[in-house]
Design a protein around this ligand. Structure first.
Ligand code: AMP
Length: 309
């Protein structure tokens, strides 16, 4: 049981209607790994620069995450992202992206990382995602991306999508990628590129799952105090794939596990948005996760009843 992730390891400067933070630890691989670490063994692959300190590594290793494939590039600077949210917190506005050490990064996975059964290709340049996919022996690989790469590296992204079993993307990005205004059509068109499982992330409105067997959808968790949505998508992916990795070992496959994984993904995303950066997820307990899963079940449960008139 092990899950390897490659993606951005970043410093994020974020402004929301509820406050601002400078240079918090973030990045797709970090948010993903923290969420997934509640379910399975996680290994992070990616480069960092001289500005990345032991305290940042400790935040990951304290959750049991293997950091030996995090490569320190001497003289380099860690990936940096600056963004803000206005009152619609479903839409992130990017103000600055500095790839820094990611610009020339050539991943070299250790035998342990190559041997994970599950792989998450978090949001980063698609050619880098492909390079990692080629090295990995994973039987189930999932990929996330964003509008920047659809705009600037579309062919590479389409090729990368063709090499994975599962794609997680925002609903707007699925529409943008396929040029299909309808989400169901967009998901089907994306399946034709290769993946057999598509997850459309829909911000505060929840998420939808598309497989060869059909569709499934759940709402978001109606959180009262949303302070910073940065990393919600990666926390969703961490809960989703972390749970799937754990139950695959126990022999559970298919639609039932995928639906349960959707619920765990939503729960992890709901914690992520309650505070800035990694603060909430890094200090979570298993008890809080279990409690919120029950709350989510109550929120979405109803009895089928006939019309009475
Ligand atoms: P999300 O889960 O979609 O909110 O992703 C948030 C994370 O994505 C932030 O922590 C950023 O550091 C990271 N990010 C933003 N832009 C990029 C990019 N172009 N490539 C990789 N990671 C990015």
């Amino acid at each position: 049981m092990a899950l390897t992730v490659v993606g951005s390891i970043a410093f994020d400067s974020v402004r929301t209607p509820f406050g601002e933070r400078e240079r918090m630890l973030g990045g797709s691989a970090v948010h993903f790994a923290l969420a997934a670490s509640f379910f399975t063994d996680v290994r992070v692959v990616g480069p960092v620069g001289d500005d990345f300190g032991d305290e940042h590594l400790a935040l990951l290793s304290e959750r049991g995450i293997a950091t030996d494939d995090i490569e320190h590039i001497a003289g380099g600077k860690t990936f940096f992202w600056r963004g803000h949210y206005d009152h619609d917190m479903n839409v992130a506005h990017t103000d600055d992206t500095q790839l820094n050490v990611f610009a020339d990064f050539q991943p070299k996975l250790s035998p342990e990382s190559c041997g994970s059964q599950m792989l998450f290709l978090g949001n980063i340049q698609p050619e880098l995602q492909r390079d990692v996919r080629r090295q990995s022996a994973a039987s189930f690989a999932a990929l996330d991306s964003m509008n920047l790469w659809i705009d600037t590296a579309r062919d590479s992204l389409v090729a990368a999508i063709g090499e994975v079993e599962c794609l997680l993307l925002n609903d707007a990005e699925l529409r943008m990628l396929t040029e299909q205004p309808n989400l169901v059509h967009a998901a089907r068109a994306t399946m034709e590129l290769g993946p057999e499982v598509i997850v459309a992330k829909r911000g505060e409105y929840g998420a939808a799952l598309f497989t060869g067997e059909g569709m499934f959808a759940i709402p978001g968790l109606l959180i009262e105090d949303v302070r910073d949505p940065t990393g919600a998508g990666d926390s969703f992916a961490g809960g989703f794939l972390g749970y799937l990795d754990a139950v695959r070992i126990a022999g559970e496959h298919g639609e039932r596990a995928l639906r349960q994984a959707m619920a765990y993904g939503s729960v992890m995303a709901s914690f992520n948005v309650e505070d800035f950066g990694t603060e909430r997820v890094a200090s979570l307990t298993e008890g809080e996760i279990a409690e919120r899963l029950s709350e989510f079940k109550r929120l979405t449960h109803f009895e089928e009843a006939p019309i009475v008139r």
